[in-house]
Write a protein that binds this ligand. Structure first.
Ligand code: ADP
Ligand code: ZN
Ligand code: MG
Length: 524
């Protein structure tokens, strides 16, 4: 198979996502009073309604409707005042009602969008963006100073309920194939779930990953879900098709199910794009099917050919009245919207004079955004001056550290905002060099000490005292009269030699800025 970047030269990938989020922050299920609790003993949170026993009547969870409206408002959707629930009929043991209660053609939230800022190496996957000038457009993307912004349409966000959980016993890896029997836990049954469907507006696996990351940050900010991809409270299906560059007709798509990490989403889509290209280039045909990404063997496997919507026989739910939301109620929900990541980034840029790039990357995770903000508070009057170095520390060093130490939470490391500000101050005030700053950063994290103590213990303090340095500069110049004469005769490149000698005399602790200034004065 060819590499993604080669395939994308000839083919345009078209990607649409379907994202399910469980509303884990709610107390109770969607249509009954059963408690929502992850990891409880099997079948301890069930009742006649969520088991679908005869005669049981559903009552919608108002807090869940509020959550989905918040999600819609936070993703620029129109809130539909009139909508209703439907029954999606299917028979499978994970749903004992034999139908899922979901929404029909009109969902609570319709026609939204998110703008994705793509920069750095991530921007390279959209190869057509590279040749554009700032402000130029390529389909739904606009070139920016450091990449591009892609406008991604959101078709809808609808309300539905989760099914129970099947556990297959006796087979390998919990798969149904080879299992001797299966168990079912109905605790998850009836968990409020919102499904967001995007337009087929994404063009690269990176854009798909960024969309998911951004959506996750928004859902976390509005507090509707814990959004754990590992535990399955945030799940994503990726739909992807190819078309020849320049074509406008959509190709046949395949659907990758349940991508449970950002990396799997990216890698699964990248593989599928390359696989489809190979099939099409060999004159083959893509079938509309559901496939499973196996990260271990690094390939996708057919799960089933696509059922059509007709198979589900969607019909209006007779036990639930249609919804009529009022403008007043929607406004009350709108008033509860907290600051969203984009707004936070704009504020960071405005208040602290940061670039759009820095501000955007600071809010990529709530942890780093909070950390940065705590540092700025501690910096007080110096916030403006320290914002850029603190941002650099957070975006580069802290992020690299966290990436290298999977599962480690920033709050649980010895790097407190106090220590981060102290470290940045030491460098800003020339007490240590920026290279020494990296060493201190590592030492703070490894040894759990304050930056000032690390500097003292390791004898790193730069000598910035002009008097002490002047003596060294004078001694160096006196010891090298011939070089001084050459310098004055025009060989100004010798400045490096003098600086080097002074650094040697101060055992690397002389402040290079002070040394340079004194040399310039004395030699000039
Ligand atoms: P289905 O009926 O198969 O569920 P939908 O029309 O509901 O398909 O779309 C599901 C998702 O697939 C949406 O995110 C949509 O944007 C995306 N999608 C639809 N058609 C294509 C296509 N040809 N290529 C890629 N993605 C597509
Ligand atoms: Zn129940
Ligand atoms: Mg669909």
């Amino acid at each position: 198979m060819r590499k993604l970047e080669e395939v994308l030269q000839d083919w345009e990938a078209v990607i649409g996502l379907e994202v399910h989020a469980e509303l884990t922050t709610l107390e109770t299920k969607m249509f009954c009073g059963c408690k929502l609790e992850f990891g409880a003993a099997p079948n301890t949170h069930t009742c006649p309604v969520c088991l679908g026993l005869p005669g049981a009547l559903p009552v919608p969870n108002k807090a869940a409707i509020e959550s989905i409206v918040l999600a819609g408002l936070a993703t620029n959707c129109d809130i539909e005042k009139h909508s209703m629930f439907y029954r999606k009929n299917y028979m499978y043991p994970d749903m004992s009602k034999n139908f899922q209660t979901t929404q029909g053609p009109v969902a609570f939230c319709m026609r939204g969008h998110l703008d994705l800022d793509v920069d750095g190496p991530a921007a390279k996957e959209r190869i057509t963006a590279a040749g554009l000038a700032e402000g130029d457009r390529d389909g739904n993307a606009t070139r920016t100073a450091d990449g591009y912004t892609a406008h991604v349409g959101i078709t809808r966000i609808h309300m539905e309920e989760d099914a129970g959980k099947m556990v297959h016993v006796g087979g390998s890896e919990g798969r149904i194939a080879g299992a001797t029997h299966s168990l079912v836990d109905y605790n998850r049954c009836g968990t409020p779930l919102i499904e967001l469907v995007t337009e087929p507006d994404l063009r690269t696996p990176e854009e798909a990953r960024l969309f998911m990351q951004k959506l996750r940050q928004i859902y976390l900010a509005i507090g509707i879900s814990d959004c754990s991809m590992e535990e399955g409270s945030l799940r994503c299906d990726g739909n992807v098709s190819l078309r020849r560059r320049g074509d406008s007709k959509l190709g046949v798509k395949t659907e990758l199910k349940n991508m449970n990490s950002f990396k799997n989403l990216h890698d699964g889509l990248a593989y599928e794009i390359c696989r489809q290209a190979e099939v099409l280039e060999e004159g083959g045909q893509i079938y509309q099917e559901t496939r499973h990404w196996d990260p271990t063997s690094k390939r996708t496997i057919v799960m089933r050919v696509k059922e059509t919507a007709d198979d589900y026989r969607l019909f209006p739910e007779p036990d639930l009245a249609p919804y009529d939301l009022t403008d007043e109620w929607i406004d009350q929900v709108r008033a509860k919207l907290p600051e969203l990541p984009d707004q936070q980034a704009a504020r960071f840029a405005r208040d602290f004079g940061l670039s759009a790039y820095d501000a955007r990357h600071l809010v990529e995770s709530r942890t780093t955004a909070r950390f940065f903000e705590a540092c700025m508070e501690l910096a007080g009057e110096d916030a403006g001056a320290l914002a850029k170095p603190v941002a650099n520390l957070v975006i580069n060093d802290v992020t690299a550290y966290l990436n290298a130490h999977e599962g480690v939470k920033l709050d649980a490391t010895p790097l407190t905002p106090e220590r981060a500000v102290a470290l940045v101050r030491l460098v800003a005030e020339d007490a240590i060099s920026s290279k020494q700053g990296k060493e201190v950063f590592a030492a703070v994290l490894e040894e759990g000490k304050d930056p000032a103590d690390v500097v003292k213990e390791r004898g790193m303090e730069q000598v910035s005292d002009a008097g002490a340095i002047e003596a060294v500069v004078d001694a160096v110049l006196a010891a090298n009269p011939d070089k001084v004469a050459q310098y004055r005769g025009g060989k100004t490149g010798l400045i490096g030699f003098f600086v080097g000698q002074c650094m040697k005399e101060t055992r690397g602790q002389g402040n290079p800025k002070v040394i340079n200034e004194l040399l310039a004065k004395k030699l000039g």
